[in-house]
Design a protein around this ligand. Structure first.
Ligand SMILES: Cc1cc2nc3c(=O)[nH]c(=O)nc-3n(C[C@H](O)[C@H](O)[C@H](O)COP(=O)(O)O)c2cc1C
Length: 390
């Protein structure tokens, strides 16, 4: 079983992520982790914060000589902005602390501010938003990169692309080769494989910039090379579709998830939705008429590409703030403004990849076990042999 945790606040000293359960012997490249961290920071519509931070993974345990050693892996990611917050958010109280605080007393609609302030009994939402912030996802992406390094050993790749920003949609399917090319780009606009659709998406973000507004959108994560039989139909919490849904909706601002073509399917007749089953006698292989199920049937992978989409609401912090109430005076007031992104869909796709990779790696480890990569591989190959001879 793979377990990960993150700690750290948006303007604290650093983020910390730990990953426990990867077998020993998985090759790890710090440059590959940093590349994923870089990808999370890209996209047209990001705010000033991303110009301050150049995230880098500082691995402090669990990896030696570029390979996992089976022990928990811990990664630190420095917050460069911390130097501007040492007095506002000191670990130990300092003299005159009150004067240095940057309180948030006008909670922002759509944020954790108000619910968190009530729950944790703070009249300053600062401590809430520091942790609710999606800065935390840098930790997820770092450990997700390790999950990807494990999956690659089994020929499994996990990539993403943007299929909608506001009302601008990608109106055709993307090929795997296009997703690979997209992931290798050194300049990221909106993470869409189609240049014309990407320009329409850019126009939506431009409009939000001009009007002091924000936008959301939809990203799709695709996992290729996944064997049939990960997850199980036998219980609610072993179903892989449910586990993927939780992983995706746990992301900040993601309010909806779709496995395969769920929304289209809900509006169509069954004869147009289920993926027909065929058999190739030459290849001794089952094939499918389509992949509208997104590679999952009965909570199990079926050997087709796993397709999961995440739907992001528009970013909550608006330059033209919405109505709120001051926590101290209870008077009507405009919501606080913190430096903010306007659109984050490509970055969310990268985080989605990390979450899907972590769920798939966990399911692989549950099914095939192994304390070393060699042992996991042996078990995996035995299973592939069984599938081949089915
Ligand atoms: C990559 C990413 C970056 C984000 N950046 C911001 C931001 O700059 N400003 C903001 O108000 N919300 C931002 N959000 C969304 C908030 O973190 C999120 O809406 C908030 O924590 C409340 O959680 P909820 O929307 O899941 O209910 C971002 C989300 C993601 C995925």
């Amino acid at each position: 079983m793979l377990r990960f945790e993150t700690a750290g606040e948006s303007h604290g000293e650093c983020l910390v992520a730990t990953l426990t359960g990867l077998p020993a012997g998985v090759p790890v490249s710090v440059a590959a982790i940093d590349r994923e961290l870089w990808r999370r920071q890209q996209g047209f519509g990001r705010g000033g914060r991303m110009k301050i931070e150049t995230d880098q993974a500082h691995i402090v345990s669990g990896i030696r000589h570029s390979h996992t050693i089976g022990s928990p892996i811990a990664i630190l990611i420095e917050n460069k902005d911390w130097k501007n917050w040492t007095e506002a958010l000191p670990v130990e109280d300092i003299a005159g602390a009150e004067d240095h605080k940057k309180p948030v007393t006008r909670p922002r609609p759509g944020h954790a501010d108000l619910a968190g302030a009530i729950k944790y009994n703070f009249h300053d939402a600062r401590y809430i938003l520091e942790r609710a912030s999606a800065r935390e996802t840098a930790g997820r992406v770092a450990v997700g990169a390790l999950a990807k390094a494990f999956l690659v050993e089994f020929g499994i790749g996990v990539l993403s692309h943007v299929i909608a920003v506001g009302e601008a949609n990608l109106e055709r399917p993307a090929t795997w080769e296009e997703l690979v090319a997209l992931s290798q780009r050194d300049e990221v606009l909106l993470g869409c494989v189609d240049a014309e659709a990407e320009q329409r998406m850019k126009a939506v973000v431009d409009q939000a910039y001009k009007t002091g507004d924000t936008v959301g959108g939809v990203f799709e994560v695709v996992a290729r090379g996944v064997p049939p039989g990960l997850g199980s139909h036998i219980a609610w919490d072993t179903r892989l579709d449910g586990r993927l849904a939780q992983a995706i909706v746990s992301m900040q601002a993601v309010k909806g998830v779709e496995v395969g073509y769920a929304a289209e399917g809900a509006a169509a007749f069954g004869s147009k939705v289920q993926d027909t089953i065929h058999y190739s006698r030459e290849k001794h292989e089952f094939t499918r008429g389509a992949n509208r199920a997104g590679g999952l049937e009965g909570g199990m992978t079926n050997g087709q590409d796993v397709l999961v989409r995440g739907m992001l609401k528009p970013i909550s912090t608006l330059r033209r703030p919405l109505e709120s109430v001051d926590l101290e005076t209870r008077d009507a007031a405009l919501a606080a403004y913190e430096r903010s992104d306007i659109a984050v869909v490509p970055a969310a796709g990268v985080i989605g990849e990390a979450m899907v990779a972590l769920v798939l790696a966990s399911a692989m480890i549950e099914k095939f076990g192994g304390d070393s990569l060699a042992e996991t591989r042996r078990n995996y190959q035995g299973y592939l042999e069984q599938v081949k001879n089915f």
